[in-house]
Design a protein around this ligand. Sequence first.
Ligand code: SF4
Length: 178
Amino acid sequence: MLLERIDIVFIEPCIVVANKVRVKAELSNDISGVMPYLNTVIKNATYNRHAQNLTFTKDVRLITLYPDRVTMAKAVNATDAYQVLDWLKDLINDTWDRREKIVPSYELKSRPKPLEIYGWLPKTNCRDCGEMTCLAFATKLLLGEQQIKNCLPLFRDEYRDLKDPMLEIVAALGYEIS
Ligand code: SF4
């Protein structure tokens, strides 16, 4: 067994998504070795080899794995968070056990769609970025024609739940952040 425990550090209400919670948890063991295998197994994973993080969605939840911790946004409630983390621990251990039969992937396999990016923007259509809508900004961001720093509201405290996942996705895509 690679990972013995996932210990929740906090469960807090999502600031920007009503009736959802966000979670941070620590991993009892370093899982960096299994991350390229998870990148193969999890079909919608976005893996940043250099930053050592792997982001994916499970239904509406956004999960980001690091070698020593995991964050989850948009979990339904505390019970849901515990269940998903149990599932994740099993997935990590099962993938590690089967690693000799899995071809590891060190590359960015799949690029998110504009609507996925849109989901992590403030969605106010305020135009501060110079675009008419947040969806237009998301589309241009994916094309490399916009920079995340131009979405000024994202960096306000009220949107901090969105900011970190968004920056992780942008970093995984290889785009500039600051
Ligand atoms: S600045 Fe951000 S919140 Fe405002 S329209 Fe652009 S992408 Fe949307």
